[in-house]
Design a protein around this ligand. Structure first.
Ligand code: 0O2
Length: 212
């Protein structure tokens, strides 16, 4: 790994993250400009730090020359949604785009991880235009609700704190917290239906007043 020129290697990943952040934020802006509910609440992105790349490469036995193909989350985007249904909408929007190719999907929402982790992962191949020409670059897009993100952020910090050796009691608490996050998502989805019903009743009333 000593001979790797990391600055050079990471250039396309940084470009991919920067460009995709702008593009995904533009999706939100379009919904807002139409006065519609945006399925995207906010977007974040990062390039994996070199230390984390090295740690993961060692753990997964990935050689330098295999990084671009075998480590799919060097560039990472995260799309946060208010409601679980919004995730389906975001997926549909991603599938319909022509500026990248979806190469893999991992559904950790229907297939929750043992830790309690829930999120939908989409691996895309994004063509980055560089001064050396086009470089197809893998990017992991994680799509999750605000509740899923809250849980994952806390769990990630605790994992870091315990360096992967989390006490069983903490693991159990996290599983209970994951269950609570799941219930919160379910309640919010229910509430969403209520809100939409209320808006429909309001619209219907307005129509009646106009036709009376
Ligand atoms: P970061 O940048 O610190 O978030 P692996 O890395 O072995 O777990 P793999 O095969 O690379 O998994 O792919 P996966 O599981 O689709 O994606 C890995 C990323 O998903 C992780 O990145 C996390 O961001 C997220 N993730 C997966 N499982 C969990 C989990 O149990 N808890 C939390 N909080 N996040 C999870 P990294 O590598 O942790 O890097």
């Amino acid at each position: 790994m000593q001979s790797m020129n990391w600055d050079q290697f990471l250039v396309p990943y940084q470009i991919a993250v920067d460009e995709l952040k702008v593009k995904l934020k533009a999706v939100r802006k379009q919904f807002k400009s139409q006065n519609d509910h945006s399925p995207i609440e906010f977007v974040t992105g990062r390039v994996k730090p070199v230390g984390s790349i090295l740690e993961k490469a060692k753990r997964k036995n990935i050689a330098d020359h295999e990084l671009a193909t075998d480590m799919q989350d060097i560039a990472g985007l995260r799309i946060m949604c208010q409601f679980v249904d919004d995730i389906v909408h975001v997926l549909d929007l991603l599938h319909r785009r022509t500026d990248f190719k979806i190469v893999e999907e991992r559904n950790y929402i229907t297939h929750q991880k043992d830790s309690g982790y829930r999120s939908y992962h989409v691996i895309i191949e994004y063509p980055v235009q560089t001064i050396q020409g086009e470089i197809p670059t893998l990017v992991e897009v994680q799509i999750r609700t605000l509740a899923m993100n809250f849980w994952a952020t806390i769990e990630h910090s605790l994992n870091y704190k315990y360096d992967g050796d989390m006490p069983l009691e903490v693991q159990e608490r996290l599983r209970r917290a994951a269950e609570a996050a799941f219930l919160l998502d379910a309640e919010m989805s229910q509430l969403r239906v209520e809100i939409q019903d209320a808006q429909q009743v309001f619209r219907d009333k307005e129509m009646n007043v106009k036709t009376d």
